[in-house]
Design a protein around this ligand. Structure first.
Ligand code: NDP
Ligand code: RET
Length: 280
């Protein structure tokens, strides 16, 4: 991975941190894109010390604020000439009803719309650096999701478990439509489920936090959970594989709603409208 530039969102902890550690060990220049600079610096210095790779760099990115996403992309594009791998990993789950700075429901805003905008802003650089890869960390939870176009921000009804599922379905549909649009560019886009992983993802739920503690034996460690992300980012056999969904480093079953091209196209145009961007 020497000479390769990678961005990983939410890499200060959990699956993202282990993904960053692995790619740093392989010699990549790793940009840790996080909302909390202090936490991210702690993770980066641990990774630098352990791997001996000094090219592990922290940059501020708050996916719950489009201003921050635009500032991150602007700085990145000014400072870095290439981008080979974008790993859209950051995520929130089971948040009490809340909205991002731009008024998007938090799960949809951070997990889908934030990464949608980030990918849009970085896409030209990925194309210029091709072969390049986009890896979207989704979830098995996408099976429980629906894209509720009439109430995308949960203003009419809100269930925090379902809100997470909807956003993870959006990750799958985004990957599908993105891959279709990127045919012939040598930029691939794949999604994945990392497994049930012992991480801070359950932090907003008292019950889930306890379940995660009690059943930790059945959960993957963050290192184990990172393996499918790493596989999607580096495996040579995936050089020309795009629009797929993986679990345990293998192709996995996508729910019927996750294979609905019409919904994927509609979600694309609604996302563009919400973000005020034109992405043809
Ligand atoms: N753990 C599991 O069982 C599963 C996880 N996943 C997916 O894996 C991905 C990684 O989750 P995991 O490592 O488990 O969870 P963690 O909670 O451990 O890590 C999530 C990361 O996302 C970051 N993040 C959250 N909100 C924002 C934001 N507004 N802007 C920037 N970064 C943000 C967090 O930053 P901070 O530390 O500052 O909060 C943290 O770095 C997620 O997309 C999740 O949906 C999918 C299936 C199962
Ligand atoms: C059924 C069951 C469990 C629950 C699994 C759950 C609830 C998985 C949730 C996955 C998540 C959080 C996906 C994120 O995208 C445990 C606790 C492993 C213990 C063994 C039995």
């Amino acid at each position: 991975m020497e000479g390769k530039v990678v961005i990983i969102t939410g890499a200060n902890t959990g699956i993202g941190k282990e993904t960053a550690r692995d790619l740093a060990r392989r010699g990549a220049r790793v940009i840790i894109a996080c909302r909390d600079i202090a936490k991210a610096e702690a993770a980066a210095s641990e990774i630098r010390a352990e791997t001996g790779n000094q090219q592990v760099i922290v940059k501020k990115l708050d996916l719950a604020d489009t201003k921050s996403i635009r500032e991150f992309a602007e700085k990145f594009l000014a400072e870095e000439k290439e981008l080979h791998i974008l790993i859209n990993n950051a995520g929130v789950m089971l948040c009490p009803y809340s909205k991002t700075a731009d008024g998007f429901e938090m799960h949809m805003g951070v997990n889908h719309l934030g990464h949608f905008l980030l990918t849009f802003l970085l896409l030209e650089r990925l194309k210029q650096s091709a072969p390049a890869r986009i890896v979207n960390v989704s979830s098995l939870a996408h099976h429980g999701g629906r894209i509720r176009f009439h109430d995308l921000h949960g203003e009419k009804s809100y269930n925090r478990g379902l809100a997470y599922c909807h956003s993870k379905l959006a990750n799958v549909l985004f990957t599908r439509e993105l891959a279709r649009r990127l045919q012939g560019t040598k930029v691939t886009a794949n999604a994945l489920h990392p497994g049930s992983v012992s991480s801070e993802l359950v932090r907003h739920s008292f019950v889930m936090t306890w379940l995660w503690k009690i059943f930790s034996f059945f959960l993957k460690t963050p290192w184990e959970g990172a393996q499918t992300s790493i596989y999607c980012a580096v495996a040579e056999e995936l050089d020309s594989v795009t629009g797929q969904y993986f679990s345990d480093c293998q192709p996995a079953y996508i729910s019927p709603r996750g294979r609905d091209d019409e919904t994927a196209r509609k979600l694309w145009s609604v996302s563009c409208e919400l973000l005020g961007i034109q992405w043809d």
